[in-house]
Design a protein around this ligand. Structure first.
Ligand code: ADP
Ligand code: MG
Ligand code: ZN
Length: 417
């Protein structure tokens, strides 16, 4: 493994031009090179592709990559070719010539990576031909597509467990950015016969200060929080359109440049708010969750929740819009009993199946636990994603904990005196 490890490092530099692994990559690459089945859960942008691209250079047989989107496949094939790595794809957009070339290169052993759409891969003729090419690894990208609880369920993914068996139980790595426990259990149950080695890494955003407060007057609490950060770029999330407008108006009254944003506004107005936020500084956008997708402002210095988010995933995503530049950023989430009651009613009254409701309840309960558990917020949050960490020292409870701890020592001194 050590020899494989050092040649992996060499290839990282010489083929890809990277000086170092990103967090989490090295352990996953090592496990793959050691021949183990792996489930890798890492956030978007963390470099999951490399975890099978690098091993592909160091194996005899080709790596078969399953990817749900033809566009993604094409990008990766092009990128691999730019790196000088022989790669091809099998999908419905190929013409006969391209298919012949790919199969030819697979048979003569020159192709390192073959990307396949799941609907192509589940065909018996494809699997039979691939088996003859003795693939060394099956990489299932966007593996959450196998889960019916997710938003990207792809029925063809359900057959991938059989594909793996038909390929002779080939070593498999599944990759996803969806860290949810229910989804993860689904992935393992559907794709693996034996429990794989699970890696969860890179979800921590150490520059974000995490804080949560019981809700009193949300307006005053948020206004105080914003006032301490006057002139910084921020986002305040509310649960309703009406609240975003009221709170934005209140903040304007306090002298802030506050703009409301929600899906009920004219498209023109929404674009205007988004562009202003993107281009200027010192603006606080008071928004529903409609605000966020496509926002790519690196220097958002705070995110506040005037109302409780829908789930622990939603919370993580929303606070994650702060501090993308890696510099310190603050978060504050208010939670009230009414928020909790409302969300529970929403879940029960939705049209979802009983099984889906159970999952939604779990996801919400995990958020409630995060609000109420008397331990490091980051530890609780990352534990939900499956990551184990020490108390962070950078959340409200860690700061309070330090005081409590000192107090305890004082109390002990007093008692033993
Ligand atoms: P993911 O699939 O996890 O969202 P990608 O595999 O698409 O992430 O990689 C995201 C970006 O990170 C790509 O541009 C990739 O080239 C880059 N990248 C991957 N590994 C490294 C590394 N070790 N050092 C620097 N950049 C890397
Ligand atoms: Mg990816
Ligand atoms: Zn902490």
């Amino acid at each position: 493994a050590t020899a494989a490890h050092s040649s992996a490092r060499t290839a990282l530099k010489t083929v890809f031009g990277f000086d170092a692994f990103k967090p989490g990559q090295e352990a996953v690459v090592d496990a793959v090179l050691a021949g183990r089945d792996v489930l890798a859960v890492m956030p978007t942008g963390s470099g999951k592709s490399l975890c099978y691209q690098l091993p592909a250079l160091m194996r005899d047989g080709p790596v078969v990559v399953v990817s749900p989107l033809i566009a993604l496949m094409r990008d990766q094939v092009r990128q691999m070719r730019d790196y000088g790595v022989a790669a091809g794809s099998l999908n419905s957009a190929n013409d006969a010539d391209e298919n012949r070339r790919v199969w030819g290169a697979l048979r003569d052993g020159t192709l390192r990576l073959v990307y396949a759409a799941p609907e192509r891969l589940v065909r018996e003729d494809t699997v039979a031909m691939l088996r003859d090419c003795r693939p060394s690894l099956l990489a299932i990208d966007e593996a959450h597509c196998v889960s019916q609880w997710g938003h990207d369920f792809r029925p063809e993914y359900l057959a991938l467990g059989q594909v793996r068996a038909a390929l002779g139980g080939v070593q498999t790595i599944a990759l996803t950015a969806t860290a949810d426990a229910a989804t993860r259990a689904d992935i393992v149950a559907r794709l693996f016969e034996v429990e794989p080695e699970v890696f969860v890494q890179g979800f921590d955003r150490p520059n974000l200060f995490l804080a949560m407060q019981p809700k009193g007057s949300a307006r005053n609490q948020v206004a105080a929080f914003v006032a301490q950060r006057t002139g910084a770029n921020g986002i305040v999330y509310c649960s309703s359109r009406k609240k975003t407008e009221e709170l934005a108006e209140y903040l304007r009254g306090q002298g802030h440049r506050a703009l409301a944003y929600h899906a009920g506004l004219e498209k023109e107005r929404r674009d205007e708010v988004q562009d202003t936020f993107q281009a200027e500084d010192g603006i606080v956008v008071v928004a529903t969750v409609a605000f966020g997708m496509g926002i790519d402002k690196p220097d958002v210095r705070y995110v506040a929740h005037a109302d409780l988010p829908k789930s622990v995933e939603a919370y993580y995503q929303e606070i994650g819009r702060a501090g993308r530049d890696g510099l310190p950023a603050d978060t504050l989430t208010l939670y009230g009993l009414d928020d909790m009651r409302l969300r529970r009613v929403q879940i029960e009254e939705s049209d979802a199946s009983e099984a889906q409701k159970r999952v939604e309840r779990q996801r919400f309960n995990a958020l409630v636990a995060l609000c109420e558990a008397p331990r490091c917020r980051r530890q609780t949050l990352l534990a939900y994603f499956g990551e184990t960490t020490e108390p962070c020292g950078h959340c409200d409870l860690c700061l309070q904990g330090v005081e409590t701890f000192d107090g305890t020592i004082e109390a002990q001194k007093a008692m033993s005196a």
